[in-house]
Design a protein around this ligand. Sequence first.
Ligand SMILES: NC(=O)c1ccc[n+]([C@@H]2O[C@H](COP(=O)([O-])OP(=O)(O)OC[C@H]3O[C@@H](n4cnc5c(N)ncnc54)[C@H](OP(=O)(O)O)[C@@H]3O)[C@@H](O)[C@H]2O)c1
Length: 255
Amino acid sequence: MPAPVVLITGALTGIGRATALTYARQGADVVASGRHQDAGDALAEELESSGGRALFVRTDVRYDAEVRNLVDRAVERFGRLDVAFNNAGTEGKLTPVTEVTDENYQATFDTNVKGTLLSLKHEFRAMQAQGGGSIINVSSTYGLMGYPDLSLYVGSKHAVIGITKAAALEGAKHGIRVNAVAPGYTQTSMYERATGTGAIRDAINSVLPMGRPGTPEEIAAAVQYLGSDKAGYVTGQTLTLDGGLMAGWPLFPDS
Ligand SMILES: NC(=O)c1ccc[n+]([C@@H]2O[C@H](COP(=O)([O-])OP(=O)(O)OC[C@H]3O[C@@H](n4cnc5c(N)ncnc54)[C@H](OP(=O)(O)O)[C@@H]3O)[C@@H](O)[C@H]2O)c1
């Protein structure tokens, strides 16, 4: 079976980077994208030395023309697009609802929601033309529950789950599966920014059922499953990867 062609947005750090490396080590052709050319060139080299062929395309997912270019370059270079991982995302700024502005709304929604929609738009175009493919969006446990002062991020990640369902229904007749992953706390720079000091991080970890956050590689493994034929009858779903957090919260661990 030929190596899959896999496109990843926000691939320069964290979950996106781990997923790119996981695929490359298994010989996939990886189209990595992000906003920084130098880091992208370095990642492409690392991916090629890990086993796969690689292409980096500088892309800010907020802009239609840039996402169109990303998908076109992927198909031009590798001939098709089998798997797309729409991972680019931002936590934005903590904002009480009384302080929501156009600016902080756009800072979160343009990347997390519009970026996902634009990615789907162009990936669908390529996948419809070739008769199918698999797309994985990124939500969050904050796409399943709320948190004070985080309404913009929470709203954007809930939106990703709804968009995933609608797109899955549109894709089904074209052989395109669309799913999402919903990571809980995962050990990346976003987690470090969000959890602040060591003391806050320790407090959060102490209420996580497994006593630790997830690793980017654990999320990558789920993305690989959803992207593969093993998930051939799975579409419109959100796979929660949170070490049990949503299974028991808030009763865990003492009651
Ligand atoms: N870590 C967690 O605990 C956690 C939990 C649930 C969900 N998630 C989600 O997982 C995804 C990956 O996050 P992460 O944890 O790996 O954090 P991360 O290391 O901060 O990764 C986010 C990546 O997205 C890129 N990005 C942001 N805005 C972009 C844009 N407009 N266009 C293109 N790329 C953009 C960032 O690049 P720049 O340097 O250019 O900003 C960065 O490389 C995000 O969607 C996040 O919401 C994370």
